[in-house]
Design a protein around this ligand. Structure first.
Ligand code: NDP
Ligand code: CA
Length: 311
């Protein structure tokens, strides 16, 4: 299912952004680790054939290429070489940073650890520097979650020479780990204050946190002056109803339905103007299998925003 882009004021969007006027399309997507999707995840409404790598790999790439972003911020990447070899033919470069102790490594026939990755169109953007780090608790000890920070310079067009920072992360999963996520968020926010300085900032990730959770408030109340892009689609400035919708097999044959907004695309609201957002599918469009399925290769929906650097 191909979604369209819409502007926050609901005027029709263009399928392709124009980098010539300083607009950068950024996609946020948890692509679902292959190592987890056929075992520990137990997606009981998804046909197993839809999860086979031989099938799913093409649909993951199709989604990336359909929306023609300049930057892809991805989580649960356990096939970096696959994405890198295909995207590099189109002029993209990428960086990958694995989780220290990825759960994928405990699965049979795994393809290595999963982690975060950022890919960028090197014909449009020049990488100035990048840094990858493990997130820490407030005690200073390391957790099993990571982030990547890339500093880019716009290569051409109206914004040529302007620099900005793009960051991605994947915070600790499961509801009862809200306190750990909060500490990870505080660590990340402090690092961004130090490293991003006054540069325009985009922060994308699977925060594994509902909108009312502390870690989301840490980002929204930060002096980094961040706005969550998808709140612009709602008249009351609320987050979307869901960015993931899956049904897992529970213990003793039960079912667990998980419908949450946990993925976010934040940007510096005084330095970028959000021109377009990739629309979210409706509940009807996810039925009957929800996520993942033959139509949607991940259990998370991709988010994408066209962000224009303010002069
Ligand atoms: P997280 O707790 O952050 O989650 C790991 C993955 O599990 C995420 O990608 C998450 O997806 C997914 N997930 C979330 N909820 C569920 C669920 N209800 N059922 C199945 N999968 C879910 O990972 P960590 O890396 O912090 O923790 C994993 C740790 O567990 C590792 O340190 C490893 O040592 C250990 N481990 C050990 C195993 C063993 O056999 N000994 C097996 C597996 C892990 P999303 O973000 O999309 O919600
Ligand atoms: Ca997952």
């Amino acid at each position: 299912l191909v979604r369209s882009f819409t502007s926050p004021d609901k005027s029709p969007g263009f399928l392709q952004p124009s980098l010539s006027d300083g607009t950068i399309r950024i996609m946020q997507w948890n692509v679902l680790a292959q190592g987890l999707c056929q075992t520990s995840d137990a997606f009981i409404l998804c046909p197993n054939e839809a999860l086979n790598w031989e099938f799913r790999q093409h649909h993951l790439l199709e989604e990336l290429l359909t929306y023609q972003a300049s930057i892809y911020c991805l989580q649960e990447v356990d096939h970096f070489d696959y994405f890198n070899s295909n995207l590099s033919k189109l002029g993209f470069e990428g960086v990958f940073y694995p989780k220290p102790d990825s759960p994928c490594l405990y699965e049979p026939n795994n393809n290595g650890p999963d982690g975060c990755a950022i890919f960028w169109d090197s014909t449009q953007l020049q990488l100035v520097s990048h840094d990858s780090f493990v997130l820490r608790r407030s005690s200073g000890s390391k957790t099993n979650q990571v982030a990547i920070l890339c500093r880019f310079k716009v290569a051409s067009g109206q914004a040529q020479g302007r620099e900005f920072v793009c960051v991605t992360t994947h915070l600790k999963a499961k509801k009862h780990h809200a306190e750990l996520r909060s500490q990870q968020g505080v660590d990340l926010e402090q690092t961004l204050c130090e490293r991003a300085g006054d540069l325009p900032l985009v922060l994308c990730g699977d925060f594994n946190a509902d909108p009312d959770e502390t870690v989301v408030q840490v980002m929204k109340q930060s002096k980094l002056n961040l706005l969550s892009a998808y709140t612009l689609l709602s008249p009351s400035q609320e987050e979307p109803l869901f960015t993931t919708w899956k049904v897992r097999g529970g213990k003793k044959g039960g079912q667990e339905e998980s419908v949450h907004t946990i993925d976010y695309l934040f940007f510096s609201k005084d330095k970028f103007h959000c021109v377009h957002l990739l629309e979210m599918p409706s509940e009807e469009q996810l039925r009957p299998n929800f996520l993942p399925s033959f139509a949607y290769p991940s259990d998370h929906l991709s988010l994408a925003a066209d962000l224009k650097l303010i002069d």
